[in-house]
Design a protein around this ligand. Structure first.
Ligand code: PNW
Length: 448
């Protein structure tokens, strides 16, 4: 059962979640609405109209959930702070929200689980969404204020800070494609949002430095590898556009202090002009960070499609035998390629895989267990790819599996299960899937 795969002694193994996806208690202890509450409660936006109102009830069950992480022998837990619990609508600190995260951190401390905190994992306060959300430059200042409150209250308890989770999703998927809150389809808004997310990241990194704390701060991007369908020049160009859209639009400003000019051309018809990029913005975005978080799920294979009016891209269908329940291709070698590319083209700072995992249609079998062999193979093969990258000099320092437990999978509601722990939503009972036991054994035996 246990693999011979080895990792460095100080390599960090963990699991990840996010506030809106697991906490529930959406109306408790002074939590104000977020744009995800609004979106999920708008008919037609999520599968079966499901929302995070209750989710995994983690807000009440956190002691058991943290104990579960500890029982798996994991080093670290990546969670996120719910902005709508921390600050009231008139920007006062909500003591009950602060107290909840102190209790959560107490449990981690008790069990020796090291926290890694995401400041923003998409639950934007609704009052701010009403003012244009991330498309409004004022969001930058509001986000900095929120982060400062966190640094003040939790700065001495948390050594790893992630400013944003996946600005690609928080901007393009949310304001351009409309699949996530606020569900807009406006590419001008989407590009503005991406810039303000990046700018707010830089401001918060600067803010963190001013606190003189001992921890580290970085950002998490969802990155992929985009391959051309053929080696025709048209397809290769198409793959470059796909790469620009998914990866370079975010990596280049952070590590090179400029937006990629080919992508600026692609977006120009939508944004009209780039006057919203003010002098000094790119310097702020490119402020040095301590690590880069990488969320890797899949690769894309694209071809040139002049019929696609947005970016002239067509997607090659994923082979069924390599498809997860999300329709994403299982392609571990692309994780290896991505990690190597990041070090080669962008940075030598430490990398963390802050999310990697897969949805499969799990069922509880008659013996009461969940035999999720596909997920075990997914995780095993991606860890193998990560190990190979390390053997070839990658600065990868840790791996967080998405996710600790099944949870609210955004527009897909509870229909997609990413957990290594099964959640029976009717009873909130947790069942360790076979993958959880496999991960436990793997982590125990894999470090030299
Ligand atoms: C990430 N896409 O989301 C998030 O960080 C998690 O909250 C989420 O549960 C996980 O991946 C699994 O989906 C994504 O459409 C959502 O390309 C959608 C996309 C990518 C990432």
């Amino acid at each position: 059962m246990t693999d011979k795969l080895t990792f460095p002694k100080d390599f960090i193994f963990g699991v990840a979640t996010s506030s809106y996806q697991i906490e529930g208690a959406a109306f408790e202890d002074g939590r104000i609405p977020s744009h995800w509450d609004t979106f999920a409660h708008t008919p037609g936006k999520t599968v079966q109209g499901e929302s995070g109102d209750v989710a995994c009830d983690h807000y009440h069950r956190y002691p058991d959930d943290v104990a579960m992480i500890a029982s798996l022998g994991l080093d670290s837990y990546r969670f996120s702070f719910a902005w709508p619990r921390i600050l009231t609508e008139d920007r006062k600190v909500n003591d009950k929200g602060i107290a909840f995260y102190h209790r959560l951190l107490d449990e981690m401390e008790k069990h020796g689980v090291t926290p890694a905190a995401t400041i923003y994992h998409w639950d934007l306060p609704q009052w701010l969404a009403d003012r244009g959300g991330w498309a409004n430059r004022d969001s930058v200042g509001y986000f900095s204020d929120f982060a400062e409150v966190l640094f003040k209250h939790f700065g001495d308890r948390i050594g790893t800070w992630i400013t944003h989770n996946e600005p690609w999703c928080a901007s393009f998927l949310s304001y351009g494609m409309g699949h996530h809150a606020p569900g807009h389809r406006d590419w001008r808004e989407a590009v503005l949002a991406s810039h303000h997310l990046l700018l707010s990241h830089g401001e918060v990194v600067k803010g963190y430095r001013a606190f003189n704390l001992k921890g580290e701060i970085g950002i998490t991007l969802n990155l992929n590898v985009t391959d051309p369908k053929t080696d025709s020049e048209a397809d290769i160009k198409a793959a470059e556009r796909g790469d620009g859209f998914q990866n370079r639009w975010f990596l280049d400003p952070i590590f090179k202090g400029r937006y990629p000019s080919d992508m600026m051309d692609v977006f120009r018809p939508y944004v009209q002009d780039y006057g919203f990029i003010k002098p000094g913005d790119l310097e702020t975005i490119a402020v040095p960070i301590d690590f880069l978080g990488v969320n890797y799920y899949s690769r894309a294979v694209v071809y040139d499609d002049p019929g696609d009016s947005f970016m002239g891209l067509g997607n090659v269908p994923v082979p069924l035998d390599r498809m997860t329940d999300m329709g994403w291709e299982v392609h571990p070698n692309s994780l290896y390629r991505l990690l190597m590319r990041l070090n080669r083209e962008y940075t030598q700072i430490p990398l963390f895989i802050t999310e990697n995992g897969a949805a499969y249609p799990d069922v509880v079998s008659e013996d009461g267990h969940v035999h999720d062999i596909d997920r075990i193979e997914f995780v095993r093969s991606h860890l193998e790819a990560a190990r190979q990258a390390i053997a070839e000099g990658s600065t990868l320092k840790g791996y967080y599996l998405w996710s600790l437990m099944d949870n609210f999978e955004w527009a897909f509601g509870y229909s997609k299960r990413f957990g290594i722990v099964y959640v029976d939503y009717a009873t909130q009972k947790r069942i360790l899937k076979d993958s959880a036991l496999w991960y436990r054994d793997f982590v125990q035996n894999s470090r030299v």
